[in-house]
Design a protein around this ligand. Structure first.
Ligand SMILES: Nc1ncnc2c1ncn2[C@@H]1O[C@H](COP(=O)(O)OP(=O)(O)O)[C@@H](O)[C@H]1O
Ligand SMILES: [Mg+2]
Length: 301
């Protein structure tokens, strides 16, 4: 399979994302274009639900590259992220060899590739049909610092050393997207290896374009009012402001309810699609919702 060439300009990068249903800001298209051209990881930071993870998915889809995802969590270690030996199979091999009287051969063979379980970082260094894969290191802020230090090493050389087997090095580096919801700061050393972009909530215009791309069945009138209302919510300093997925879900939910426009009663009844904390819902329900609906309609004219 012939590899799909990487974009050669910022416009082409924006167009590539657009073809995968992703409506990007110019500054994001620029950062991504540079990261691809310079073969550097792209570090995306921002609130939850602003479209960080989606970028890696859309890239892999539009460039027809494999997507390898490393979901980070507290306690993530090398055996889950890079490789581990298939211990039960090794034991089995030794037992079988012992039974056949060949235990010395078996001892030499159990540290070969067939007994290796490759985890995402190792998989990303291997050769892939169609070109280097997209490696998504998602929510890095959830891991602890020792893992971050280890990751820095991998991202510096795109190689991993297995003591019993040797060094595995990528022919060509994977396309690396790292995301963080910024529940803690990531170290400067790791950031320095990457190009950085802060992914912000979209303005109303871009959010309408996203909604049109993701939920084309929602009429323009309803879509515009939903976006205006959500934008107002984001200005309220809620405990958890709605992300873009919530905007899309809400518009689709209202469509299922056959709403043509926002009405205070429907808004009250469906707030749980947009807000996921009872305190936030309680703050918005009632007067705020009614005023919000009025404002959203006025702005929409
Ligand atoms: N710029 C965008 N264009 C199109 N859809 C988007 C965009 N940003 C976010 N989305 C939608 O919002 C959803 C949530 O985004 P996601 O990437 O999971 O957020 P994050 O990783 O920042 O928490 C995605 O599944 C996608 O449908
Ligand atoms: Mg995400």
């Amino acid at each position: 399979m012939a590899a799909i060439p990487l974009p050669t300009s910022i416009d082409q990068t924006a167009e590539l994302l657009r073809s995968g249903g992703y409506v990007a800001e110019r500054s994001l298209a620029t950062a991504l274009f540079l990261a691809l051209a310079m073969k550097r990881p792209l570090f995306l930071e921002g609130e939850a639900g602003v479209g960080k993870t989606e970028i890696a998915k859309v890239l892999s889809h539009t460039l027809k590259r494999d997507l390898i995802r490393l979901q980070c969590y507290e306690g993530l270690d090398i055996s889950s992220a890079v490789y581990e030996w298939n211990y039960p199979r090794q034991i089995m091999a030794i037992r079988l060899a012992e039974a056949a009287g060949k235990s010395t051969d078996a001892a030499q063979q159990i540290y070969s590739e067939q007994y290796l379980i490759k985890r995402p970082l190792m998989q990303a260094l291997e050769k892939h049909d169609g070109g280097p894969p997209v490696l998504l290191i998602d929510e890095l802020d959830r891991t602890d610092e020792p893992f971050e230090a280890f990751l820095l090493e991998v991202l510096s050389d795109f190689q991993v050393t297995i003591p019993e087997l040797g060094t595995v090095k990528a022919d060509q580096p994977p396309i690396v997207i790292i995301t963080s919801n910024r529940t803690r700061e990531i170290h400067d050393a790791l950031k320095r290896r990457c190009l950085y972009h802060w992914v912000d909530y979209p303005n109303a215009e871009r959010e309408r374009a996203i909604l049109a791309a993701k939920a084309p069945d929602v009429g323009e009138k309803l879509g515009t009012q939903v976006v205006n209302f959500v934008q107002m919510l984001r200005g309220m300093e809620l405990f958890k402001p709605p992300g873009i997925a919530e905007t899309i879900d809400w518009a689709m939910a209202l469509k299922v309810l056959n709403a043509r426009e926002l009405e205070p009663a429907t808004v009250d009844a469906t707030l749980g699609v947009v807000l996921k904390y009872q305190d936030d819902i309680a703050r918005v329900r009632g007067v705020v919702a009614t005023q919000g609906v009025e404002a959203a309609k006025k702005a929409a004219v």
